[in-house]
Design a protein around this ligand. Structure first.
Ligand SMILES: *[C@@H]1O[C@H](CO)[C@@H](O)[C@H](O)[C@H]1NC(C)=O
Ligand SMILES: *[C@@H]1O[C@H](CO)[C@@H](O)[C@H](O)[C@H]1NC(C)=O
Length: 259
C-alpha cells in the first residue's frame, strides 16, 4: 500500500483532457468565426432582397393603379367604388397635366430659339441713288445675303424697329472729296421722334481734301449701341448727298438686335 505516485498517476489522463480542451477551443473559435462571417453575408443578402422587394412593391403599386384605372373605365367599377375611381382619375389628370406642362414648356422654348436663329432681328441695306439732286435723307435698298426680318421695317430711307431692345446701329458712306472743302463732309445717324425734334445718335466727319479734281474717294464709318423703343425710327443723312458714292459695298446702313 505504498502510493507515492498517486498524484502522478492521473497525469497521462490530465494531458489527454488538455489536448481535447485545446481541440474543442479551436473548433469553438472556428465555429464563432464562421458564424460571424455567415451572419454578415446573410445581412448583406437580406438587405439586397429588401431593396428588390421595395422596387417590386413600387412596381406593384403602379400595376395596381393601372388595374384600378382599367376597372374604373367599366361602368360596374364606377358603381362599386365611386370615390376611389374619382381619386384615381384625378391622379391621372394631375400626372397628364404635369407631363403636358413640361412638354409645352420645352416646345415653347425650342420654338423661340429656332425662330430667333432662323430670323435674326437684323437689317443690312445698300445705298441707292435717287436722282442728281441733294436729298435730306439717304435712301436704301435690300441686298443679297442680307437678313430680312419683319421686326425691322423700311420706308423712305428710314428703318423702324417693331421690337423694343438694345440695337447696334451702323452706317458707312463713301463720297468724293473736293479739292478744298469748305466744311467737313459729315455722316449722321438720327433717331426720329414724331413729337420732338430728331436726336443725333452718331456722326462721322471728314475734312480730307483731294488734289484729284474728279473724285477723291473716302469712306466714313459710324456704329454704336442704343436702347430703342418699339416704333423708333432711325435714318442717315449727310452734309452733301450729291457727293455720295453708290458703288457696290461702299455705302450701307444696318442694325441688329442684341437681346
Ligand atoms: C444726273 O446727272 C448725270 C450726269 O452727271 C446725267 O447724265 C443724268 O441724266 C442726270 N440724271 C437726272 C435724273 O437728272
Ligand atoms: C439731317 O437731319 C437732321 C434731323 O432731321 C436735320 O436737323 C439736319 O439738318 C439734317 N442735315 C442735313 C445736312 O440735311
Amino acid at each position: 500500500m505504498n502510493e507515492p505516485y498517486t498524484p502522478t498517476t492521473p497525469r497521462p489522463t490530465s494531458t489527454g483532457s488538455s489536448i481535447t480542451m485545446k481541440i474543442f477551443i479551436c473548433f469553438l473559435s472556428v465555429f464563432i468565426v464562421a458564424q460571424t462571417i455567415g451572419t454578415a453575408l446573410f445581412c448583406l443578402y437580406f438587405h439586397m432582397q429588401l431593396d428588390k422587394l421595395k422596387d417590386g412593391m413600387s412596381l406593384n403599386e403602379d400595376f395596381l393603379f393601372l388595374k384600378r384605372l382599367h376597372e374604373c373605365q367599366k361602368p360596374k367599377g364606377v358603381e362599386s367604388s365611386l370615390l376611389d375611381c374619382k381619386k384615381i382619375t384625378d391622379r391621372l389628370k394631375h400626372l397628364l397635366m404635369k407631363r403636358t406642362r413640361i412638354k409645352t414648356s420645352i416646345n415653347h422654348r425650342f420654338c423661340l430659339v429656332a425662330d430667333v436663329r432662323r430670323h435674326p432681328v437684323a437689317a443690312h441695306l445698300a445705298g441707292i441713288k435717287k436722282g442728281n439732286k441733294s436729298v435730306p435723307v439717304l435712301e436704301w435698298k435690300t441686298t443679297g445675303y442680307a437678313p430680312t426680318n419683319n421686326l425691322i421695317s423700311y420706308k423712305e430711307g428710314k428703318l423702324k424697329v417693331e421690337k423694343a431692345g438694345v440695337y447696334y446701329i451702323y452706317a458707312q458712306v463713301s463720297f468724293c472729296t473736293k479739292p478744298a472743302p469748305q466744311a467737313p463732309f459729315t455722316v449722321y445717324i438720327y433717331l426720329h421722334l414724331p413729337l420732338e425734334s430728331d436726336r443725333l445718335l452718331l456722326n462721322g466727319l471728314n475734312t480730307h481734301s483731294s488734289s484729284d479734281l474728279s473724285c477723291g474717294l473716302q469712306s466714313t464709318h459710324v456704329g454704336g449701341v442704343f436702347e430703342l423703343r418699339q416704333g423708333d425710327v432711325v435714318f442717315v443723312n449727310v452734309t452733301d448727298s450729291t457727293l455720295v458714292n453708290y458703288n457696290h459695298g461702299s455705302t450701307y446702313f444696318g442694325m441688329f438686335n442684341l437681346n
